[in-house]
Write a protein that binds this ligand. Structure first.
Ligand code: HEC
Ligand code: HEC
Length: 208
């Protein structure tokens, strides 16, 4: 009996060792991890909350980098709360969420969400402002955010159809110098007047 248990333990140990060699590090179950995200970001990252970004369908590199940046607290982490699940109502922020993930977890979660669809919500927008926003976008932003920022493969997020209230906060953070940005985006962002930002947000919100 004792011998049998030992044999089993050895076998199980060898199995674990083999797996950790394959993945490079010990990672948690990806379904459990994304279930936690879903309590705020919605099922498969298709957020229905206007202050929580839609992240399903973002590229894996963008998701990886964003979570790494949150982990290092290099980007603002506004306080937020769980929208559903057993922690509903409990306060936390994205830096805390990222801190609880290992690098291997982040990789798995990024890959999982990158395989999902970016689901655009229906948003109210002003067509005249959207038209003005498109002109500004095409002139200053489309080089990196192609087709209104609808291509995940640009690794620059997805602005086309993203929640307008979330975007508004990001513009505030960029303008205030609180959220870091790539060197070449900075001068473009600095030139924007409040009315330009309003127009851009309406343009992004116009994608259905
Ligand atoms: C308690 C709610 C909550 C949970 C849980 C949560 N998030 Fe977030 N997440 C947010 C909010 C709110 C923001 C927007 C913060 C801001 O306004 O800057 C955000 C932002 C993000 C962003 C930045 C998106 C962008 O466009 O730059 C990523 C990536 C992200 N979350 C991934 C995740 C992942 C992956 C999980 C699960 C492991 C997760 N989040 C869990 C609330 C949450
Ligand atoms: C030189 C390339 C470049 C240019 C030009 C550029 N961006 Fe970006 N932008 C990026 C990259 C890369 C990211 C994502 C990584 C980061 O946060 O730095 C980003 C992120 C963003 C985000 C955040 C997306 C999210 O999911 O949170 C917004 C909003 C944005 N850009 C708007 C603009 C607007 C508006 C312009 C034009 C006025 C612009 N960008 C010009 C490269 C660029």
């Amino acid at each position: 009996m004792t011998q049998k248990t030992t044999g089993f333990a050895l076998l199980a140990g060898a199995g674990l060792f083999g797996l950790s060699l394959v993945t490079g590090a010990w990672a948690a179950d990806v379904n459990k991890l994304v279930e936690n995200c879903a309590h705020c970001h919605g099922k498969d990252g298709a957020s229905t909350e206007s202050d929580v970004p839609i992240i399903g369908g973002y590229s894996a590199p963008y998701l990886n980098d964003s979570l790494a940046v949150y982990k290092k607290k290099e980007r603002p982490c506004p306080e937020t709360k769980y929208r559903s699940g057993d922690k509903k109502g409990q306060k936390t922020d994205m830096c805390q969420v990222a801190k609880d993930l290992s690098d291997a977890d982040i990789k798995q979660v990024a890959q999982y969400l990158a395989g999902k669809k970016f689901v655009r919500p229906q948003q109210k927008f002003d067509p005249a402002l959207a038209k003005k926003g498109k002109e500004i976008h095409d002139r200053s932003c489309d080089k990196c955010h192609s087709e209104g920022g609808s291509l995940a493969s640009d690794d620059a997020g997805i602005t086309a159809g993203q929640w307008m209230p979330y975007l508004k906060e990001q513009f505030k953070e960029f303008k205030a110098g609180k959220r870091p940005m790539v060197k070449k985006m900075k001068p473009k962002m600095e030139k924007l007047e409040p009315a330009d930002i309003d127009a851009l947000i309406n343009y992004y919100g116009s994608f259905k």
